[in-house]
Design a protein around this ligand. Structure first.
Ligand code: SF4
Length: 552
């Protein structure tokens, strides 16, 4: 909601945004905030800034537009309105992130035990809760950190420290062929403090505390000079203090991770939290009560992973009846095809494309094809999926890896624009677990059919292995189910819901991998009763789908 060009140009994360915003306000450098204060001070209630808008529920976009027109800060205007509201709709971070929660609750003058939380799409909080407790550093942040240390004349050992880590990451980036490599946190720490000429962990810890204090001094000096920037030195100190704190905890994992974009490699060093309960249990415990809602959640996995049974609260699971008309839904599991590692060859991909051809032929408007990975997506392309789409009069749109949010928004807009006559629909080729298979809605003809191509298991990276091992230990040998199978089935369930968004939507869901046959109990309830297993024969898909779309 921020409109400050200075803050937005720094692209900070949520914690950094709060501290940069604070600096801007303290220095009277945010005109949007100053305008807002002036306007508000003359009134009894912030509602009077625009009573027509604020005396009823207001959309964030309307509030932002009002602020753009009047050069006010939408974020603080919404905050000033909060204490007068009975119902507040907010981002998960406002409650889940302890740092943001504390400031938010203080602002509205409430304690957590006075709040009833309604967590919509609650399946998202499992990953978010672990992300909140995870940290990473990159050569980019280290270079900026080093620059600050040099400009503000830090002791030379602090600069040596940043250089040691930077060189270490550069070397790793050159030598590493995998996308992830686990780190022994004790060994690496030992190597670092020896390189710094220190004798033990305590000496290193004192050094990192000094680094942290130095970062506070840099920050104060910058603020006094009216400068605003991200606190790279503080981030480095926080990273290593967390490393020291968590190095012998089995619920944390340490690794290097490699990303490739436009054929360029980048590396991060990460501290990965494995257990969401560290974040969720305090919220479950101290809030008044919570309603968790999801159309795709598996209640057994969810209540274990977020620690409902350890919160001291009672818990009631309710599975409601599906609101959608059964006759409007058809779900098929296709036998005879899969994307198991050993089967990823041209003849299997051609067979899959042949079956996709039948779906495209039978479906009047748009079709989404979500693959288990970008590798499978590329194999469909190299085996001729575009030709099949064109043969069925559907233009093929491809979600490429690394598309920016705005490029992707244009792609989806174009795809949706071909849903209705004179067009005969289009096909969108993307991945399960991506923004187009989870965050986007395709009501009506925007997506008549969705094809989930391949079982969307995550690559068995060291991080996934570590999670499986840890979950085996804390959830009675449920590691594989909770850390590997459940996220995959969740991705498939999310993708399968894309065509059915409104009560009268009609849609087909095609699971293009025979392995789904053995996991039916994990598939979302709303489509389970409409599920059929389709034998591996030519034209059976057409014989089922064509009448579904063409007979009223
Ligand atoms: S006061 Fe508002 S506009 Fe200014 S930096 Fe903070 S959030 Fe952004």
């Amino acid at each position: 909601m921020c409109l400050s060009k200075t803050l937005l140009s720094l692209k900070p994360n949520s914690n950094e945004s709060m501290s940069i915003c604070k600096d801007l306000r303290n220095n009277h450098n945010c005109s949007h905030f100053l305008n807002l204060l002036k306007k508000k001070n003359g009134l009894d209630s912030p509602i009077l800034i625009s009573p027509d808008l604020f005396n009823k529920p207001i959309d964030a976009d309307d509030l932002i537009n009002l602020c753009k027109e009047n050069k006010l800060c939408p974020y603080f205007l919404s905050k000033f309105l909060l204490p007068e509201m009975k119902i507040i709709i907010c981002n998960y971070q406002w409650i889940l992130n302890p740092f943001i929660r504390q400031s938010f609750l203080k602002f509205i003058g409430k304690e957590l035990h006075e709040c009833i939380l309604v967590i919509d799409e609650c399946h998202n909080i499992i990953d978010l809760a672990t992300e909140i407790n995870s940290l990473k550093i990159s050569p980019y942040s280290l270079r900026l950190c080093l620059r600050d240390l040099e400009v503000y004349r830090s002791p030379s050992l602090m600069q040596d420290f940043a250089k040691i880590i930077l060189n270490h990451l550069k070397k790793k980036k050159t030598n590493l062929n995998a996308i992830e490599l686990s780190i022994s946190p004790e060994k690496l720490l030992h190597k670092i403090f020896l390189a710094l000429g220190q004798n033990d962990l305590n000496e290193f810890k004192n050094f990192v505390n000094d680094l942290y204090e130095f970062s506070v001094a840099i920050h104060e000096e910058k603020t006094a000079d009216g400068l605003v920037s991200r606190d790279y030195v503080g981030m480095l100190a926080e990273f290593w203090l967390t490393w020291i704190k968590t190095l012998s905890s089995d619920n944390y994992f340490f690794c290097y991770s490699i990303k490739e974009k436009n054929e360029k490699k980048s590396i991060n060093m990460e501290i990965v939290a494995l257990d969401p309960r560290e974040i969720t249990i305090p919220i479950l415990k101290y809030s008044h009560s919570i309603l968790h809602l999801s159309g795709t959640i598996n209640p057994y996995v969810y209540h274990n992973l977020i620690g409902l049974n350890q919160s001291g609260k009672s818990y009631k699971g309710i599975i409601t009846k599906s609101p959608f008309k059964k006759e409007n839904i058809k779900a098929l599991i296709i036998d005879g095809v899969d994307t198991k590692k050993n089967n990823r060859n041209p003849s299997m991909f051609k067979k899959i494309i042949q079956k996709i051809d039948e779906v495209l032929y039978s479906t009047p408007a748009n079709v989404g094809i979500f693959c288990a990975s970008y590798g499978i997506l590329r194999s469909l392309i190299s085996n001729g999926i575009e030709r099949i789409a064109i043969k069925n009069n559907k233009k093929l749109f491809i979600e490429e890896q690394g598309l920016s949010a705005s490029e992707n928004a244009l792609l989806i807009e174009d795809f949706k624009s071909m849903a209705n006559p004179p067009y005969k629909g289009a096909a969108l080729l993307g991945v399960s677990g991506g923004r187009n298979s989870e965050g986007e809605d395709y009501p009506g003809n925007y997506m008549n059919a969705v094809i989930i191509t391949g079982f969307p298991y995550h690559l068995p990276t060291p991080r996934v292995e570590a999670k499986i091992q840890y979950y085996d230990k804390v959830f009675e040998n449920q590691g594989w189910n909770f850390a590997y199978l459940y996220p995959a089935i969740q991705r498939a369930n999310q993708a399968s819901g894309r065509p059915i968004r409104k009560l009268n939507d009609k849609g087909t869901i095609i699971f293009m991998d025979s392995r789904f046959k053995h996991k039916i109990k994990w598939i979302s309830n709303w489509m389970k009763s409409q599920l059929e297993i389709i034998p591996d024969k030519d034209n059976v898909i057409t014989q089922i789908l064509y009448p579904f779309w063409n007979i009223d």
